[in-house]
Ligand binder design. Structure first.
Ligand SMILES: Nc1nc2c(ncn2[C@@H]2O[C@H](COP(=O)(O)OP(=O)(O)OP(=O)(O)O)[C@@H](O)[C@H]2O)c(=O)[nH]1
Ligand SMILES: [Mg+2]
Length: 223
């Protein structure tokens, strides 16, 4: 009997559409960021804080992925930023096809940055490349220092790890240095930013790094 690896086929098909998305993003000169995390780690909060600090410098758009509801896209629209909602029903991640379909309705002309907030899930989203330029994850420090080792996939697949909710460290009993060491054990080149969306701590460092990354991309697109 001939065995077919369905998982590999799905990922291969996804990769092909992701490459098409990448071309579309490139053609529009849009820097695209895929933001992933477990539910509630602070993806939308990071987006809100990042957008507030950069919206006068860059034209920003957002695609929101959620199982149900438009709660997050409503939060983004409240900042005066266009947001397109994808509701996945019971699918635990965004895939390249969903983004491709969204781009039929949601035009990228004139935007500098497209943020894609993925469905809250610490594992599945990392398997699906969407055609993005930057993969970032948000991790809530209160969930413990050992999680990078227990759930290594997303920590391994991203370029940036935002360690959010550091204002809660005194209550959580989590050692931030141990957490950082565990992230680096899984992904030695990860760029790590400890932040708090509540107090604003660490956000300047993240914003400066991100701004430079977008500027570098824009210069390369022009040349
Ligand atoms: N104390 C504290 N709370 C935070 C911080 N960042 C976010 N929160 C809170 O954490 C909760 C979840 O934040 P969201 O930004 O909605 O998280 P999310 O990852 O977008 O959630 P989903 O999209 O539902 O997966 C909210 O109640 C936020 O106010 C932080 O730095 N410190
Ligand atoms: Mg959210």
């Amino acid at each position: 009997m001939h065995k077919i690896d369905v998982g590999a086929k799905i990922l291969q098909a996804n990769e092909e559409i992701a490459q098409e998305n990448k071309e579309i993003f490139k053609k529009h000169g849009v820097f695209t960021v895929n933001i992933m995390s477990a539910p509630g780690a602070g993806k939308t909060s990071v987006l809100e804080e990042t957008i507030k600090r950069l919206k006068d410098e860059f034209a920003i758009a957002v695609i929101e992925g959620d199982l149900q509801t438009s709660v997050d896209s409503d939060r983004i629209k409240a900042l005066g930023i266009p947001a397109y909602q994808i509701t996945t029903g019971n699918v635990c991640h965004l895939d390249a096809r969903m983004i491709h379909n969204a781009l039929h309705d949601f035009k990228l002309d004139g935007f500098d940055i497209l943020f894609i907030e993925n469905v809250g899930n610490l594992v599945c989203p990392a398997e699906f490349y969407l055609g993005e330029d930057l993969r970032a994850m948000v991790y809530s420090v209160v969930e413990g220092a050992e999680k990078p080792k227990k759930y290594p996939l997303m920590f391994h697949e991203v370029e940036v790890v935002l360690l959010n909710k550091i204002d809660l460290l005194p209550y959580a009993g989590v050692e931030i240095d141990e957490l950082k060491r565990n992230v680096l054990e899984v992904n030695p080149t990860a760029k790590i930013f400890p932040i708090s969306c509540r107090t604003g701590d660490g956000l300047d460092e993240w914003i400066n790094w991100f701004r430079n990354r977008v500027k570098r991309f824009k210069e390369n697109v022009k040349s």
